[in-house]
Design a protein around this ligand. Structure first.
Ligand code: K7E
Ligand code: CUA
Length: 655
């Protein structure tokens, strides 16, 4: 059995290396027994046809770059929201109106690695306005509007590399945070990699969120030593105004980190006083660094714009003493989580034999007493004993992340021993444990990172699936597991597959956002310059080598649906307006040989796709979304003639 809960710490590195093998050893029988589905479990997750789930869950898509929306407790997939990756279904990143959303300082990038959804909050409680998520690879943060469940804004984080500790939200959504996972020469320059210790460093970033519009602005960055800053949580309640970032690789290794960054017994949580940083920046103490980063947003007409920004404010710790402290934390910590009262900071030391719980009150006292063991680049390191409140002993192997319920308990994911451990925060006592299948990463309690956990469930977000589902060749969907936490003993209720890699997730009571969902875009408010409001307005015009086709779509035809006068060498702009005003009646648009994607046009919306014909002939276009009994009839033809042909522009119209 692959649940070696009580192995010795000395074996930990070996276990890390073998984690995959452990999961591979096959827990099939036990798994079946565990899942052995009592009728009670089935009824707890059964949402009758036509009934609604109690929670919306937003799951990171990991390397799919998107966010998926599930209903809980049923585990039903409700929607995939395109964020960082081109998505042919919604023409995200293919249509002219959305392409600018994927611009970066490196140019157009059609993909990212999305890890941590984070809901907006007011006074530390979910307010149902926005969802933020990070792009890890090309450092970015996206903002999704929860009424449309669409991405509205993406900002790139300059001078950073691997935006992993992101975009966790402060108590009143003042900021979403970011940090450098992979320290790099900062600012970038051409230096030997072996000069890591002299030349590489990290940046901790604070992106301000406009209270009303949600608009994202890079407020300031703090220059910190070259560790790997991994995860973060802003404080809340008494610790509001601070944010806590785990780091590993305090060894500052630049090769074979699995060994070379596993030497030190403790690494650090960086405790950042962002309120003080704000003041220092306001007092002009930050430097202005050149930078090149994109800021992309959807305007009120849902047309994307992109601008390149060229400078960032960077604060040196030496110019703002007391802005950062290091809290020693065993060993190569991954997650850092703050409990609902805001008093305790819990780390997940991947290689640690315990879970350390730091106290914010003790930290404040230690700062007042100057209980420091040393300084690193001007950052005081607080003595471990002076900040630690208690340690959970022998919790399991490979603690990664923590979530909380409303009863004073924490739930910790154990990657190596593949289990969730429940423990009481106030005295670090283990209360319960449950195996999960297999190799859990994050876990999530609805509201479990806020002041007000909704509780009821914990979801295990697992990395390895193996024998849990019908096999699907070499690639298996990763898996989520829904576990009941209402009783003393945790109880497994449901397995369901996820899209991409489900790092972290958030869940919000459906009642908070269900009734705000937008149903159509009012056609009267459509401000797209290429809108066609009625069939009478539909037309085709040539502008040099560009032919613009202004189409309307309504059940069950396009207008125009016969188009002539296009020549090889032209680019055809299909501007499709869906003139319906009914909920759930999108129309699609696809044309033979298009090198991008279809369009899917919501009621009242206009979307544009460019088609460059490559052959002479007559080509069909059609609606891709089965919209009515005569959906198959929703088709048209476009004629492509030889260059220089005398076929004039012609089209039928609704006149
Ligand atoms: Cu632990 Cu990217 Cu949050 Cu995955 S990270 S597990
Ligand atoms: Cu419109 Cu099918």
């Amino acid at each position: 059995m692959a649940h070696p809960r009580f192995a010795k710490a000395s074996a930990f590195v070996g276990f890390v290396l073998l984690a995959g093998a452990a999961a591979r050893s096959g827990c099939g029988k036990a798994a079946q027994q565990q899942a052995g589905g009592t009728g009670d479990a089935a009824s707890r997750v059964y949402v009758a046809p036509g009934s609604y789930d109690e929670f919306y869950a937003f799951m990171s898509g990991g390397y799919s770059g998107q966010v998926s929306v599930y209903g809980l407790p049923s585990g039903r997939l409700l929607r995939v929201i395109p964020v960082f990756s081109q998505d042919a279904q919604d023409a995200w990143g293919y249509s002219e109106q959305t392409k600018p959303m994927l611009m970066t300082g490196y140019g157009f990038i059609p993909w990212d690695d999305a890890h941590h959804p984070s809901l907006s909050m007011t006074d530390g409680i979910q307010d149902g306005r926005w969802l933020f998520i990070n792009g890890n690879n090309t450092p970015r943060i996206a903002r999704i509007d929860l009424a449309e469940m669409d991405t509205k804004e993406i900002i790139e984080i300059p001078n950073s590399a691997g935006n992993h500790a992101s975009p966790f939200t402060t108590q009143n959504t003042e900021y979403v945070v970011g940090a450098t996972r992979f320290s790099v020469p900062t600012p970038q320059k051409d230096v030997p990699i072996a000069s890591y210790k002299e030349n590489f460093s990290g940046l901790i970033s604070f992106v301000a969120v406009d209270k009303t519009t949600g608009k994202l602005t890079l407020a300031f960055q703090i220059h910190v030593p070259g560790f790997d800053y991994d995860l973060a949580r802003p404080g809340k309640g008494p610790s509001h105004g601070w944010a806590f970032f785990t780091s590993y690789n305090s060894e500052q290794a630049n090769t074979l980190l699995e060994r070379n960054a596993s030497q030190n017994d403790k690494d650090y949580i960086a405790a950042v006083n962002w309120k003080q940083a704000e003041q220092c920046v306001a007092q002009g103490k930050a430097d202005t660094w050149p930078a090149k980063y994109a800021h992309n947003w959807m305007d009120g007409a849902n047309i994307a714009h992109s601008e390149i920004l060229t400078s960032a404010k960077v604060l040196e710790v030496s110019k703002c003493p007391g802005v950062v402290y290091y809290l020693p934390t065993p060993k190569s910590p991954h997650g850092a989580d703050v409990n609902p009262t805001g008093e305790y900071i819990v780390a997940g030391g991947k290689l640690a034999a315990l879970i350390p719980v730091h106290s914010f009150a003790k930290m404040q006292q230690a700062i007042a007493d100057k209980a420091f063991e040393k300084e690193i680049s001007g950052i005081p390191v607080i003595k471990y004993e002076a900040v630690n409140m208690c340690e959970v002993q022998q919790p399991g192997l490979g603690p990664l992340h923590n979530e909380f319920d409303d009863q004073g308990n924490a739930y910790t994911s154990m990657f190596i021993s593949s289990e969730i451990v429940k423990w009481r925060v106030k005295d670090c006592t283990v209360l319960d444990r449950i195996p999960v299948y297999y190799s859990i990463g994050h876990l999530m309690v609805p509201g479990g990172d806020t002041k007000k956990p909704w509780g009821k469930y914990v979801i295990a977000l697992n990395k390895i699936t193996k024998d849990r589902y019908l096999p699907t060749g070499p690639e298996l969907a990763q898996s989520a597991q829904l576990i009941d936490i209402t009783g003393d003993k945790m109880k497994l209720l449901l397995d369901f597959p996820t899209i991409g890699e489900p790092h972290y997730a958030q869940a919000i009571p459906a009642s908070l956002i269900r009734d705000k969902q937008m149903k159509t875009y009012p056609l009267a408010d459509n401000k797209d310059p290429d809108v066609t409001r009625t069939e009478k307005d539909a037309h085709v015009v040539r502008k040099g080598k560009a032919v613009h086709v202004y189409l309307t779509a309504i059940r069950s035809h396009f207008m125009p649906d016969n188009i002539e006068g296009v020549q090889l060498g032209d680019s055809v702009y299909f501007h499709v307006t869906n003139v319906e005003q009914d909920w759930d009646v999108p129309h699609g648009f696809a044309v033979t040989g298009a090198r991008n994607s279809e369009l899917l046009v919501m009621p009242g919306q206009t979307r544009t796709v460019i088609w460059v014909p490559e052959r002479i002939g007559v080509f069909p276009f059609y609606c891709t979304d089965f919209c009515s009994a005569l959906h198959q009839e929703m088709q048209g033809y476009i004629r492509v003639s030889a260059p220089g042909s005398n076929v004039p522009i012609a089209f039928n119209s609704g006149k």
